[in-house]
Design a protein around this ligand. Structure first.
Ligand SMILES: C[S@@+](CC[C@H](N)C(=O)[O-])C[C@H]1O[C@@H](n2cnc3c(N)ncnc32)[C@H](O)[C@@H]1O
Length: 177
């Protein structure tokens, strides 16, 4: 996938240059962090969190842009544990929740990090069948149930892209109560 694909998956959930404070949980080397940084623009701040220090170093190395974009602060952390985040305008979880089998406790934490009405932008493979690399994926149909069980609004499907790996990847928007 190219940068434009990452931007295309997140863009329908974001107002151009809206700024705000966001977190990208499981940011990895930052494919979606950089897309988010472009979209929310120079008045935004993104906490890019991952348990993989090396991936975050890669993200820092590639976060040099000639166009104005949000500030990115990297942090080594485990999103299944409590993180020092609060009053967020939005959270991105892109291909990271599928590493967690018991999703509800993680989602309960994420909900508490968000402001009322804050956005959770989820990017996942549209499948319920895992494999060694993507152990616990969630189709959009499953996400509709899980999001509501976790206290989020009914997810709105935003976009999808074909994927050679597990067919298709979708993005979806849910709001914190
Ligand atoms: C498939 S990569 C996706 C990276 C990026 N979001 C993207 O879509 O390009 C999954 C990332 O989630 C991270 N991750 C998985 N479980 C995690 C956890 N419990 N806490 C923090 N990071 C985690 C991994 O280290 C990895 O960098």
């Amino acid at each position: 996938m190219r940068h434009a694909d990452h931007v295309g998956l997140l863009a329908p959930g974001i107002r151009a240059d809206e700024g705000g404070t966001w977190a990208d949980l499981g940011a990895g080397a930052g494919a979606f962090t950089l897309a988010l940084a472009d979209l929310i623009g120079p008045h935004g701040l993104i906490h890019a969190i991952d348990r993989d220090r090396g991936a975050l170093a890669e993200l820092r190395a590639s976060a040099v842009s000639s166009i104005p974009m949000a500030e990115i602060r990297t942090q080594v952390g485990d999103f299944t544990q409590r993180l020092e985040l609060h009053d967020l305008d939005g959270v991105v979880m892109a291909n990271s929740l599928h590493f967690v089998e018991e999703k509800l406790p993680v989602l309960a934490r994420v909900r508490r990090y968000l402001k009322s009405g804050g956005r959770l932008l989820l990017v996942e493979y549209d499948s319920d069948k895992g494999n060694p690399w993507v152990p616990y994926p969630m189709s959009f149909g499953t996400w509709q149930r899980v999001a509501e069980d976790a206290g989020f609004s009914a997810p709105m499907r935003l976009a999808s892209v074909p994927s050679r790996f597990l067919d298709r990847m979708y993005s979806a928007l849910s709001l914190a109560p």
